[in-house]
Structure formats: C-alpha cells, structure tokens
Design a protein around this ligand. Structure first.
Ligand SMILES: Cc1cc2nc3c(=O)[nH]c(=O)nc-3n(C[C@H](O)[C@H](O)[C@H](O)COP(=O)(O)OP(=O)(O)OC[C@H]3O[C@@H](n4cnc5c(N)ncnc54)[C@H](O)[C@@H]3O)c2cc1C
Length: 337
C-alpha cells in the first residue's frame, strides 16, 4: 500500500495556517482516492496544539519540535522534513506552498532523489494514481499531469481546497532531526501593519489605480497628494486589495510625482499579476488589453473613467461610470464612512 506524507509547519503562535489546513484536505482526499495510508508530519517549536487542531484526521501523527524549528529557515526546515520523510518513506509528499515551505521543500526532493512540482492548484486520484493540476505560462494554460517517478513531492497553492476542520486528541511520535551547523539566525520578522499591506489576496474587491490619478485634471493641475488620500481612505474603509496599471507604477522611474504606496508588485496585467477577487473597480485606468488580461479571474468588473470611449467601454467592464474618479471615490468614501 502506498503512503502519503502530509507536511506542515506551525505558525509562530503554534497554530496551523489556512493554507496548511487546505493542503491537508488535499492530502486526505488523495489518500482516500488512492487507497493509501496518510501520515501527518508537523514541524514547529511545539507541535502538540497544531496536531490536536486537526486531530480528527485519520492518520499517523509525527512531529519535529524544538526552538530551532519555530522560525522558517531553509537548513532547519529541510532537515526536519527529511527526518520525517525517512520515518515514513512515502511515495507522495503533499505540503502547502507557504513562503516557508516554498523555500525548503524543493530541497527535500533533492535530498531524497525525488521529483518536485510546486504551486499546484488541483490534486486528485485517477485510477489509484495521483494527478496534479497547475497553471503554466503566466496562467494562460492549465495543465493536468502525472509522474512515474517516486517520491513525488508536491506543494499546493492557497484557495484551491476547503480548509480542514476537525480537532481531536492525538499521540504525536516525536522524531529527531539532525541539524547541521546553523549559519542563519532568525532575529525577528519585520512586516508592515495589516493596514499598510495593500496587496490583500483574500479581499473581495480589487481596486485598481491607473495613471490618470497623477495626470493634469480639468483645472490644469495634477493632484497627486489628494489622489493618495482618496485612495488610501477607500482602502482603509473597504479593505480592498490595491492593484495598479503599469503606467502608474512606471511613472516613479520617470521622476514624476507618484502615489507613494504603489510598487511594481501592485501591477496587474500581462507583465504583472493576475489576482483573483469577486469584484474589481478600475479607476483612472484606460483599460488597455495588456492591463485587462490580468483581470481574467475578476468576476464582476466596474470602471470609472472620464472618457466614454476608453478600453473598459469596449466590452471589458460590466459597468463603466463615465465620471471624474476624484469626485466619485470621494463621494463613495463619504458614504462608506
Ligand atoms: C508588452 C507590454 C506589456 C504590458 N504589460 C502591462 C501590464 O502588465 N499591466 C499594465 O497595466 N499595462 C501593461 N502594459 C501597458 C498598457 O498597454 C498601458 O499602457 C497601460 O495599462 C496604461 O495605463 P493607464 O490606463 O493607467 O494609463 P493611461 O493610458 O494614461 O490612462 C489614464 C486614464 O485615466 C483616465 N482619467 C484621467 N483623469 C481621470 C479622472 N479624473 N477620472 C477618471 N478617469 C480619469 C483617462 O481618461 C485615461 O483613460 C503593457 C504594454 C506592453 C506593450
């Protein structure tokens, strides 16, 4: 009988993140479909709370614990994953594509002479064998594939499986992981406040700011400072995710006044990102094809533009408000406040 090893790491508070619970659902469904045994391996400072939070899962529970494993670090994570692997000797390893595991898990594949595929969006058993799905070529093509080689090591992207829920008491077999000399010390994490973090993949709405926010307006002046205030107020009340057109993020490189909290990471489009949100609102953005191609996974699309014949009017938006975005978003902010 084949064996599937599900790997997870705890967060710094000892819990399991949503992405880890989603990967467990995938691993459990795969084990059922393949008629395989499931083993759960958790890495963290103390894995007991995390194990109990998913204790109803029918699996053998193993853990690597200790202070050295509280923070993500390639050397300790890959050593812990390898130790768990050696106890279980699985055919398939399923892990979340978290930042921490995206760094370490491909290294596990090298150590155990396996094959790795990352950022999967689907995984199921067909005729008792695992079949994976992922996007290729910047999300233009969805590929479905299987491999002969074992062990096959897989990381799963967030949002593709239901989060596993079901606590229960479990006995965790603790496994020793031999650590090499550690050359990296994690001294802490510097992260912006939740409100400063404007790329919010879980938000319902995507708010896109285009270059029009920095262009001369009807009074012959540009109003970048005012644009910043209006946009950040909107993001503050709605908790929408912020996206941008390429023109707007490129303007900073041209020495013009810019919206200070926009970076190239916000760029949506052909050479930017392809976010997934239920709704999208494009403001002061023309709606050209290289930009709108990044809206492929936005279900309901609206745009605000002073130009009634802008790209959004050419069948790219469900609703186009032909209006001044400064006035309209200010009014929206008033209503939402
Ligand atoms: C190979 C290639 C790849 C590219 N990749 C990308 C990409 O990944 N992402 C991307 O975004 N672009 C990409 N582009 C660029 C793209 O073609 C456009 O140039 C860009 O999207 C235009 O940005 P924009 O709409 O913000 O600016 P503009 O075209 O300058 O449009 C500004 C808009 O603001 C409107 N406006 C001005 N003031 C107001 C106001 N007060 N109220 C309402 N509306 C107002 C104007 O009517 C205008 O429509 C790519 C281009 C190429 C050639």
């Amino acid at each position: 009988m084949s064996t599937i090893l599900y790997l997870a790491h705890t967060e710094t508070d000892g819990t399991l993140a949503k992405i880890s619970r989603e990967a467990l659902t995938a691993a459990q469904e795969l084990a059922e479909g393949m008629g395989a045994e499931l083993a759960v391996g958790i890495i963290g400072a103390d894995v007991s709370a995390a194990a109990e939070s998913i204790g109803s899962c029918k699996a053998r529970f193993l853990g690597v614990s200790g202070d050295e494993f509280s923070q993500g670090r390639y050397a300790s994570d890959v050593a812990a994953a390898e130790a768990l692997f050696k106890v279980v000797t699985p055919d398939v390893v399923v892990a979340p594509a978290s930042f921490r595991f995206s760094r370490a898990i491909p290294g596990l594949a090298v150590r155990v002479d396996g094959r790795v595929d990352t950022h999967l969006t689907g995984l199921e058993a067909e005729n008792g064998n695992p079949v994976a799905k992922r996007w290729f070529y910047r999300q233009r093509m969805m590929g479905e594939f299987a491999r002969e080689e074992r062990p096959w090591i897989l990381t799963l992207d967030p949002g593709c499986f239901a989060s596993f829920e079901g606590a229960g008491s479990v006995d965790v077999e603790l496994v020793d992981a031999a650590l090499p000399e550690m050359r990296t010390t994690v001294t802490g994490i510097q992260a912006p406040d939740a409100d400063e973090q404007t790329i919010r993949p879980d938000a319902k709405t995507l708010f896109v700011a285009g270059a029009g926010w920095t262009k001369k307006q009807s009074d012959g002046q540009s109003h970048v400072q005012e644009a910043e205030e209006v946009i950040s107020q909107f993001l503050g009340v709605t908790k929408a995710s912020l996206g941008s057109s390429k023109s707007l993020v490129d303007i900073s490189g041209e020495g013009q006044a810019v919206i200070s909290f926009l970076t190239h990471l916000h760029q949506v489009g052909q050479t930017g990102s392809t976010p997934r949100h239920t709704k999208g609102l494009a403001t002061c953005c023309h709606g050209e094809e290289p930009h709108v191609v990044g809206w492929r996974f936005i279900n309901e699309r609206r745009a605000i533009n002073t130009d009634a014949s802008c790209g959004w009017a050419q069948g790219k938006a469900d609703v186009l408000y032909v209006a001044d975005a400064f006035e309209l978003v200010k009014k929206l902010n008033e209503l939402l406040a």
